[in-house]
Design a protein around this ligand. Sequence first.
Ligand SMILES: Cc1cc2nc3c(=O)[nH]c(=O)nc-3n(C[C@H](O)[C@H](O)[C@H](O)COP(=O)(O)OP(=O)(O)OC[C@H]3O[C@@H](n4cnc5c(N)ncnc54)[C@H](O)[C@@H]3O)c2cc1C
Length: 509
Amino acid sequence: MTKIAVIGAGPGGMATAMRLAAAGYQVSIYEAADRVGGRMRGLELGPYQFDTGPTILQVPHLYEQLFQDCGLRFADYVRLIRLDPNTRIRFWDGTHLDLSSNLPAFKAQLAQFGPGLPAAFERWYAEHLRKEVVGYGPYLGTPVRSPLGYLRPKEVAAALPFRPWESLYTHFERFFPDERLVYAMGYQAKYLGMHPTACSSVFSLVTFLEFHYGIWHPEGGFRALARGLARAAEDLGVQIHLGRPVHQVLVEGGRATGLLLADGERVAADAVLVNADFGHAVQHLLPAQARGPYTDRWLERKEFSCSTFMLYLGVNRRWEHLPHHQLYLSAHIRRHDPLWARSAVLDEEDPSFYVCNPTIVDPANAPPGHSTLFVLVPIPNLRYPVDWAARKGPYRELILRQLAKLGYDGVENHIVAEHCYTAETWRDEHRTYLGSVFNLIHSWNQLGPLRPHIRHRGARGLYWIGGAVHPGSGLMTILEAAKSAAHFIGEDVPAPKPIPTGALQEAGH
Ligand SMILES: Cc1cc2nc3c(=O)[nH]c(=O)nc-3n(C[C@H](O)[C@H](O)[C@H](O)COP(=O)(O)OP(=O)(O)OC[C@H]3O[C@@H](n4cnc5c(N)ncnc54)[C@H](O)[C@@H]3O)c2cc1C
């Protein structure tokens, strides 16, 4: 039987493993941690349970499609709860806006910001109904092509009316001449590792997808989503080995032949799929002769996203009136000189931050009357050194004070349990290069064929899945990449059964 060894039980590793197992390969995942999920593996502090990474689930039908392609029903594994509002954005001037998929309610709010704005939003939305058709399939939903492969005249002609050369900032400003709205609609750029002034307007599609398909929460948190993916993978025959760190990928004669585990065991495989963080893995898991183009110099020349300072707080009260997702945008978001735009500066005055208040829809994560709060602050990755041993305590104090700006006053008087992450935690405990949580940024020179290819360029039989490859970092894009990874492996290592890549195959790729 054809054997595939996977390094890492992150969402990308598990989703690809599901597709491969459904095609009849014998798939084994080796995961360093004692639980599945990678950045979304979660943590517990006494009776409080926290998500550690993702909190925003977009485009739920991608999950349904993954399970359906593998002959399963997503609803048998995970229950999704739709949130309304999607996210509340509180601005530097004290005003706020609830981004919502309830479009009449959203337009009524826009009218308070300016009389012409509801009509502008309708124009924007209509444009994006078309942009999804033109942009999603060819650019997000299909495997990466060569640079020349993107010059298909019909596709280029269809894309040009959407002005892809514009920045996200210019794009939104064209529709919404109020800077608050520009940042509210463009904040997702941060997840791409970029400031809206530096990010291409093609990514307004992400904003649209959130309006159009809503934002969802897996019951039991993203930990439950991770467990659901693992259970489905196991039901398809995947073996998941927890607490089994991989020491090195074995490469012989230019071909990956298996894994050497940290405990000395050798695992033979016909192909190896690496889900471990790309920068970490090329430095620590590949033998020097198999790194291909991805030298230390290559890594140094690439731009990586910010890291995040995290506070996971177990508190002895609830904030029922505050929404699930809230984002505070400080006036500093309007600074776009290069160091600020790149998140290279630790904002120690008035940082923007995000809070997730999941207990209101998911009460089982805390004792009765208590709740958990997830606080995320973008901070520089470790390329821009901060003395975290010295800064961590004062930064925690600052962030606890900042929380009042989102309505969480006096939180410090209610904390029962807490845990803090800095960029160093992401590097050391999650094995993430530079602690950069959203991987390679999505600038034009790091998009599509200019990202690392799923097929490794330094050895045959070695493949990548995760945020570094096309189409990029984030659960939605990683699920798309999982289809492509299964497709490329299937092209190179004949599968016992057709590879279930759904729409991808129907599109003839
Ligand atoms: C704070 C934060 C907030 C986020 N918010 C969102 C959000 O709201 N929505 C969204 O869509 N995305 C979000 N993301 C991004 C999302 O979490 C990532 O895109 C996703 O987790 C990456 O998945 P992955 O498949 O690349 O694997 P990862 O999650 O990176 O998992 C890789 C796995 O490989 C394992 N591994 C590494 N080295 C070894 C080794 N040597 N041997 C064995 N195993 C190894 C690791 O332990 C880990 O389990 C967020 C990320 C963070 C950190």
